[in-house]
Each structure stands twice: as C-alpha cells, then as structure tokens.
Write a protein that binds this ligand. Structure first.
Ligand code: SF4
Length: 198
C-alpha cells in the first residue's frame, strides 16, 4: 500500500494496471459472478427510484412490499438478489447487458453515486474506510478479468477519476482526486490518455 495523501492509501499494483470495461465481450460478468453487498441506506435509495428502474428492466415486479424480491439477508448483511442470469437489475438490450439502476440514473439525470450501490460503482476497485483512512484496493481475482491488464494504456486510477470526483464532498476523496490529477499531469507515469481536469 502506498500513502498518497494524509489518510489516503492506494494499493501500489493499481499504478501498473489498465482498465477498460468491455461488456460487449464479457456480457457483464461482474454482475453475474459476484454477489453485491448493499447497505440499508442503499436499499432505500434504490427502492425510491424503482419506477424508473422498471422502465429498463420491465420484468421487475414491484408490489406493495417491495423489499423482498430484490434484496435478501445473508449472514447479517444485505445482498442484491441474483439468479443464474446474474443480478436482478441486469438486463439485456439488443446484444449487450446493462445495469437498470445505472441506466435509470443516466436517463433521468439522477446522481449515480446516490443510487447505484458503491460496491458496483467502484468494481473492480475495493474502496473502504479503516479507522478514518480511505483505502483503494482491487478485487483479489482481478487477473482473471479481461477488462484489467498489466499495461499503462488506460491507467485504472485515471479511468475511475470521474467516479471519484462524484464523492468530492468527502475530504478524503478530494485528496485522492487531487493526487491522481497531479500524478498523471506531472507524467510520473507515461500514459496515452487525455486528461480532463475540470
Ligand atoms: S446493481 Fe447493477 S452494477 Fe450492481 S450487480 Fe446489479 S446490475 Fe450489476
């Protein structure tokens, strides 16, 4: 782990990895292979836009008691329900798979970081707070995913800059964003990616 700012640590391997979502090749394996943990607060947020989400995944049945069909409790934590086709919010449009929560946020201009579960927003990164320290890590089986490679074409930290910026009201994320912008701007790592610093 590398300390990149006061109370912000990043796994050093992230400086060596490239990430590019290629859902057209993997059919969103990340939404099929994993079980996503969600907090009570996230569940509330998702339920509050269920009518919008339904527009993208029409088979979702929303009744009066909306909690059960979408979330379940396992060993004291809540998870998104999934079946053999993956997460309950995954849907197919033409040839590609999409997240109905993500699509609803994009279409209705809703804050992605408010409605999409954090674990999904950050995948394959793992973001946690340990004793008020922000830690950016990567899922341990990252090597098996084609979207992640050991190259410097699309540095993973730069790929996630836009997502980190969504949390700019959090001082530690602000520091992280500042670090990434500065790190890549100064050319400490050669990368062929354009930088947007707004
Ligand atoms: S909520 Fe969306 S991103 Fe998360 S696992 Fe389900 S379909 Fe994938």
């Amino acid at each position: 782990m590398k300390k990149v700012s006061e109370n912000v640590w990043v796994n050093e391997i992230l400086f060596e990895l490239s990430f590019k979502c290629r859902k057209e090749y993997c059919n969103k394996l990340c939404c099929k292979e994993y079980i996503a943990d969600v907090t009570e607060k996230e569940i509330k947020h998702i339920l509050s836009i269920m009518d919008f989400i339904k527009k993208f995944k029409r088979t979702l049945k929303v009744g009066k008691k909306t909690y059960k069909p979408f979330f379940e409790e396992i060993e004291n934590s809540n998870i998104l329900v999934s079946n053999k086709n993956g997460c309950i919010f995954l849907y197919k449009d033409k040839e590609n798979y999409f997240c109905a929560i993500h699509s609803a946020c994009n279409y209705y201009n809703l804050a992605l970081n408010h409605f999409k579960p954090r674990i999904c927003l950050f995948w394959p990164l793992e973001v946690s707070y340990i004793k008020k320290v922000l830690i950016i890590d990567i899922c341990e089986d990252y090597k098996k995913h084609n979207c992640i490679s050991e190259s410097k074409n699309n540095p993973i930290l730069l790929e996630f800059l836009g997502i980190f910026r969504l949390f700019n009201n959090d001082e530690l994320f602000k520091k992280l964003v500042f670090f990434i912008e500065d790190y890549y701007k100064t050319g400490s790592i050669a990368c062929g990616r354009r930088l947007v610093l707004t």
